[in-house]
Write a protein that binds this ligand. Structure first.
Ligand code: FES
Length: 161
């Protein structure tokens, strides 16, 4: 008695893939898809949120229209620059309470955040600011004023031009 040999699978009737192999293939496909999506996601990550900041040291020209004793705030700087017959000085406009930018007015400075007030020389006239506004280092170099926002000068330091 002869047994019929198992017929060879044709291309139209392939041998079924074992279940274990099918699960392995599916997990490989899932891993490849996850890897691809991770690479795609990394490409969409936001760029570093570090912005270049302007130098703390900058030169300024006080316009002729600014009267003696009147504050001049250079655009983009948190500084008020003054001049009078004794010289030039700069006061930081960063509030000593929580760091808001104070607004200059004819009587001094007023903080829009919590209402602190400062006189023109930066001293506190109304809290909650705990201390006076800082005076900043000013240099006269070649007829130009150079202000260094990173260096605090003793209060009352004026520079002659
Ligand atoms: S930040 Fe200026 S009063 Fe609070």
């Amino acid at each position: 008695m002869t047994t019929n040999p198992k017929p060879a699978n044709s291309r139209l009737d392939p041998e079924p893939i074992p279940r274990r192999d099918m699960l392995g293939l599916m997990s490989l496909g899932a891993a490849a898809a996850a890897f691809f999506l991770a690479i795609l996601g990394m490409g969409r990550l936001p760029k570093a949120a570090v912005l270049s900041s302007p130098s703390k040291r900058f030169s300024v020209v006080i316009p002729e229209t600014v009267l003696p004793g009147q504050a001049f705030s250079p655009p983009g700087r948190s500084v008020a620059v003054f001049r009078d017959s004794e010289g030039v000085w700069a006061v930081s406009t960063v509030c000593t309470h929580l760091g808001c930018i104070v607004k200059a007015n004819p009587d001094g400075f007023e903080c829009p955040c919590h209402g602190s007030r400062f006189s023109l020389d930066g001293s506190v006239t109304k809290g909650p600011a705990p201390r006076a506004l800082s005076w900043l280092k000013v240099e006269a170099a070649g007829g130009k004023l150079v202000i260094d926002q990173g260096v605090v000068a003793p209060s009352g330091t004026k520079v002659r031009l």
